[in-house]
Design a protein around this ligand. Structure first.
Ligand code: OGA
Ligand code: MN
Length: 305
């Protein structure tokens, strides 16, 4: 069967047809899909509702090494298959799922760790009647559309990423949250990153950043507000409206995404995710500097650098 790749949006997104993801891919098919992924940033595969978890894992391995999800709450992993993470509104072991409100602000997966994810393959198994789309923002475009003067100003800057800024984290099980915080102290990443495969620069900004190193709190807050607004402007977005059986593969190295909460959360939404491990450690822990306030933390990190 011939593979076809049809763009779905200007900023990102392409639908791929003609792939039998229940079978191993031959090299040329794999290369075609991989290049299409780098080019279109988000790939959509339809009709995967019968895929077994093992097939989902095997297909995902074509795009990189899988994350064993050590950073995640064990209850949200597929029983016996830690390569699969459950993002679901359905109770897990009789308790509300701690992933029921995952992704509710603009974020880049694992940017609160020193090794942000390479990408992920999210498979929709069950969905609510309406709503719950996922939006992806192309951060190459948001970088490239800034003025040369602004880009030159941003290029050397670094930001503090903080897992406690995950929206809705306070609604999760307090024991899980404490463990999450313990495993994920604030980390520092470059504000502008270079994609390891395409070599293109993109903005690493999202709504889980507490400040910009070296700027005052007020300066950083203002600049981040502008950058987040710019990065998530309509023209940089691909919006995915889910159907059961869709697999969406995104490149986390040049994007952010958000899972909209515009649905009846009493209805079942069940997504299975294989995550691609980041290739490099691009961040460093921010905890080595002691500071009383956030403001002095940002200054102290700058002074220590
Ligand atoms: C994710 C995520 C989006 C969604 O899996 O990383 O943010 O729509 N999920 O569930
Ligand atoms: Mn996510």
């Amino acid at each position: 069967m011939m593979i076809s790749i049809t763009p779905l949006g200007y900023a990102a997104g392409a639908e791929v047809t003609g792939v039998d993801f229940t079978q191993p891919l031959d090299n040329s098919t794999r290369d075609t899909l991989y290049s299409a992924w780098l080019k279109h940033i988000v790939l959509v595969f339809k009709g995967a509702e019968q895929l077994t978890p093992e097939q989902h894992i095997a297909f995902s391995r074509n795009f990189g090494k899988l994350d064993g999800h050590e950073s995640q709450v064990p209850e949200t992993l597929y029983p016996g298959l830690p390569e699969i993470l459950l993002i679901t509104t359905k109770p897990i072991q009789g308790k509300p799922s701690s992933s029921r409100n995952a992704g509710r602000n603009w974020h880049t997966d694992l940017s609160y760790s020193t090794r942000p994810a390479k990408g992920a393959l999210l498979l929709c198994k069950e969905k609510p009647e309406v709503g719950s789309d996922t939006l992806f923002a192309n951060h190459y475009l948001s970088y490239e559309t800034l003025s040369p003067t602004m880009r030159a100003f941003l290029d050397p800057l670094e930001c503090v990423h903080d897992a406690t800024l995950i929206k809705g984290i306070e609604k999760r099980d307090p024991a899980h949250v404490a463990e999450m915080k313990r495993r994920n102290p604030p980390v520092i990443h470059p504000l502008v990153r270079v994609h390891p495969e395409t070599g293109r620069k993109s903005l690493l900004v999202n709504e889980r950043i507490s400040g910009i190193v070296g700027l005052t709190d007020e300066e950083g807050t203002m600049l981040l507000r502008f950058l987040n607004q710019h990065a998530t402007a309509q023209e940089f977005i691909y919006r995915h409206r889910w159907s059961v059986g869709d697999i969406v593969l995104w490149d986390n190295r040049c994007t952010s995404h958000i899972a909209l909460a515009d649905f009846d959360t009493n209805q079942a939404r069940l997504m299975l995710r294989c995550s691609l491990e980041g290739e490099v450690v691009s961040g460093r822990l921010a905890e080595r500097v002691e500071a009383e306030s956030k403001e002095s933390l940002l200054q102290a990190i700058a002074a220590a650098a």
